[in-house]
Structure formats: structure tokens, C-alpha cells
Design a binder for this molecule. Structure first.
Ligand code: GLN
Length: 260
């Protein structure tokens, strides 16, 4: 794919990076490089201005409440508005856990701090007295990326979605958004929020390619991406799913739950 360039903006890489979240950016870079797509990665942090027209794909990882407070303040500047504008104009975005929470409307931590979000997602998060920790499997309902996603969650926040966005999928194993309504993550235009750490994208290549394709379509007329040999990625996916199943129950439960 000669002449095609993907411009990635990695937000707050040193503050928001739990359980190898930055591996998501590496996976995006590699999957592009294997297809001959040039990738430019810009890392923006506290105080750096954000030009909404300069990037095709944004990434923000997870973080503890303390880091989230710093990032929350920075996003409340024009940076949050610029990020919203970029998504409205077609940019793709992946946000994980603490990053996902800050892109919603608000996060009230368990210790009572109120963190206003940028309102990109119609979602509100409230901290709980226990943490949701463990391997997760999700039946992804995103058009073009349907299948089982695997990952790892560790959060106290319970997120409820409003009518302005839809879930990324249904929880098969684990807790997802709130442990109650069976939803996991959220989708608004080409922006995704999810609780799945891991790193997520190396072992969920379908989702990685969905993001790359949506991001490139912002500036290029593309039908699809050339397929890759995903033997290793699929093995990693199977291994993660096996681990989840061993922790949480037999395969027939997975099939039954996945059909819900
Ligand atoms: N601090 C947030 C919570 O506990 C997010 C944690 C994370 O990103 N893993 O809900």
C-alpha cells in the first residue's frame, strides 16, 4: 500500500499505560508495516496542544485514579474539545479503562473525587467498593469486527451507557462496564472505549484492523485491508480464551453465554 500514511496520536503515554496498554500502538504499527503502510506516531502529554486535523487514530491507555486526575485537568482545556472534533470529523480512537472513563461524561471515584469527562461518550462512571479483576471474554458486536474479544480487566469504576453510544459487545466471561447489564465497552462513530487491557490489539487482530481501516478511510478511499497471516495472533487469542475458560468454566458455558 505505497504512499499510504497512518498518523497515530498516542495520548499521555507515560501516565496512562497499565498492563502493557502501549502494546496496542506497537500492534497497530506492526500491522501497518507488514502491509507497507507508513506510520507516524506522535506522543502528546500534559500541556501539549492537539491539532484535530493532524491525526487519523488516537490512543489512550488505562491509569490509576491519581494519574487520571492529572489527565482530566489537561483534557478539560481545549484539548478535550479538539479530540471530540477529530472524532466528529471521522478519526478513529481506542481508549482503555481509565482513558475510556475520562472520555465519558464523568467519573466519580470510590474516594469521592469527581472527575469531569470530555463527554465524547454518553457514559457515566462511578467507583465501587470492590474491583473487577480477571480475564474477560466479550462477544463483539461492532460491524466489521464481530467475534470474541479477549482481555484482562482491573477497575473499580462501573460505567453506565446512555442512549448516545452503544456497547462494544456483550460480556461472556468477566464484568465489563458494570457487572450488571452484561455490556462491555462503548462505540461512538469510530471511537471505542473498553475495559480490556492486555495488550488488547495484539491478540485481537480483527479489532486492530477495524481501527486501522476506519482511520485510513478518513483520508483514503479504501474498501478493505490486505489480509495478513495471523497464525501467531490467533494462537495468542486461543491461549487467552483457554485461560479465561479454565478460570471461569467449561466451553459449553462459553458457547451458551456467547449466544445470549
Ligand atoms: N482508576 C480506574 C478504576 O479503577 C481505572 C483503572 C484502570 O485503568 N485499570 O476504575
Amino acid at each position: 500500500m505505497k504512499g499510504v500514511i497512518l498518523r497515530i496520536c498516542h495520548l499521555y503515554p507515560e501516565l496512562m499505560n497499565i498492563y502493557g496498554d502501549r502494546g496496542n500502538v506497537i500492534a497497530l504499527e506492526r500491522r501497518c508495516a507488514w502491509r507497507g503502510i507508513r506510520v507516524e506516531v506522535s506522543r502528546l502529554s500534559i500541556g501539549d496542544p492537539l491539532d484535530p486535523t493532524s491525526f487519523d487514530l488516537f490512543f489512550i491507555g488505562g491509569g490509576q485514579d491519581r494519574e487520571q486526575m492529572l489527565v482530566c485537568e489537561d483534557l478539560s482545556s481545549e484539548k478535550g474539545a479538539a479530540l471530540r472534533q477529530a472524532v466528529e470529523e471521522g478519526a478513529a480512537l481506542l481508549s482503555i479503562c481509565g482513558g475510556y472513563q475520562l472520555l465519558g461524561k464523568s467519573f466519580l471515584t470510590w474516594t469521592g473525587e469527581y472527575l469531569p469527562g470530555i463527554g465524547l461518550f454518553d457514559a457515566e462512571t462511578v467507583g465501587g467498593d470492590t474491583r473487577f479483576i480477571g480475564n474477560v471474554a466479550v462477544r463483539c458486536t461492532l460491524e466489521g469486527a464481530e467475534g470474541i474479544l479477549v482481555g484482562f480487566e482491573n477497575h473499580s469504576g462501573r460505567t453506565r451507557l446512555g442512549p448516545g453510544c452503544r456497547p462494544l459487545g456483550k460480556v461472556v466471561y468477566g464484568h465489563g462496564n458494570n457487572g450488571v447489564d452484561n455490556t462491555e465497552g462503548c462505540v461512538y462513530r469510530h471511537a471505542l472505549g473498553t475495559y480490556l487491557h492486555g495488550s488488547l490489539l495484539p491478540k485481537n487482530p480483527l479489532l486492530a484492523d477495524w481501527l486501522i481501516l476506519q482511520a485510513l478511510r478518513r483520508r483514503y478511499d479504501l474498501e478493505a485491508l490486505p489480509p495478513l497471516d495471523d497464525t501467531l495472533e490467533e494462537a495468542a487469542h486461543r491461549a487467552a480464551l483457554r485461560l479465561t475458560r479454565e478460570e471461569r468454566g467449561p466451553l459449553r458455558s462459553l458457547r451458551r453465554l456467547a449466544a445470549r
